[in-house]
Design a protein around this ligand. Structure first.
Ligand SMILES: NC(=O)N[C@@H](O)C(=O)O
Length: 219
């Protein structure tokens, strides 16, 4: 799945602060996230499903459920013989050190060249009785020199009813959970040998100041 950088709206306001460019963390919506991936969630009003309405919505489970079909498809393009397998993992993500309304510095981005990657919040349970309810989604498209195009960096605040799917090869920051720990199920294809084929990380150059994400005052 490829994305045209031009598809990323350039009208997002940003400011230059002491740490470099400041990017506002905006509410995660399928439309805003479309250049980067998909949002996995249900909708209280089935007519609220994002437009253009391409999601198939049906009753399920003998009428006791509503199914929002295939909000994202699983992708894998590992070379034959790479030994990659698709699976589900769980990440217990500790919160980042930031206050609501505060600035959080983006120092690295990663990508997965051969797979898209889903993170689905798992909610409360005996293992995590009071999980967090918000997490940051920080993304950027690929640019010159096969490195992140930082002009396309965007930040979103997702709530615990939203999962996120990063497009194959999309630059993104590792899960950044706000306030309290959260468990996520991660769906991806991996070899699992720690190679760049699975996950490539770039440390962002701080010569012109790190990019910072501005969290909203109210979450
Ligand atoms: N995305 C994220 O949080 N981490 C994974 O991609 C990983 O490879 O650890």
């Amino acid at each position: 799945m490829t994305t045209d950088n031009a598809a990323v709206p350039s009208d997002v306001t940003s400011a230059t602060g002491p740490t470099g460019l400041i990017i506002p963390a905006l509410p995660l919506t399928p439309e805003a996230f479309a250049p980067f991936g998909q949002v996995v969630q249900a909708y209280a009003d089935v007519n609220a499903v994002p437009s253009p309405r391409t999601t198939r919505i049906t009753g399920a489970n003998q009428g006791t459920a509503i199914k929002f079909h295939k909000l994202a498809l699983l992708e894998s393009s590992y070379p034959a013989g790479a030994g990659a397998t698709a699976g589900l993992s769980v990440y217990r993500c500790n919160p980042i050190d930031v206050l609501t309304g505060g600035l959080w510095t983006v120092k690295l981005l990663e990508r997965h060249p051969y797979t898209n990657q889903a993170f689905i919040p798992m909610g409360a349970g005996e293992e995590l009785p009071q999980p967090g309810t918000r997490y940051l989604v920080i993304v950027a498209l690929n640019g010159e020199g096969d490195r992140p195009d930082l002009a396309t960096m965007r930040a979103f605040v997702a709530h615990a009813g939203q999962g996120v799917v990063y497009n194959t090869g999309l630059w993104h920051h590792p899960m950044a959970v706000i306030d309290k720990a959260m468990d996520f199920t991660c769906v991806e294809t991996q070899i699992g040998d720690g190679s760049d084929a699975d996950c490539e990380i770039v440390n962002l150059d701080e010569s012109s100041g790190h990019y910072s994400v501005q969290l909203p005052i109210a979450l």
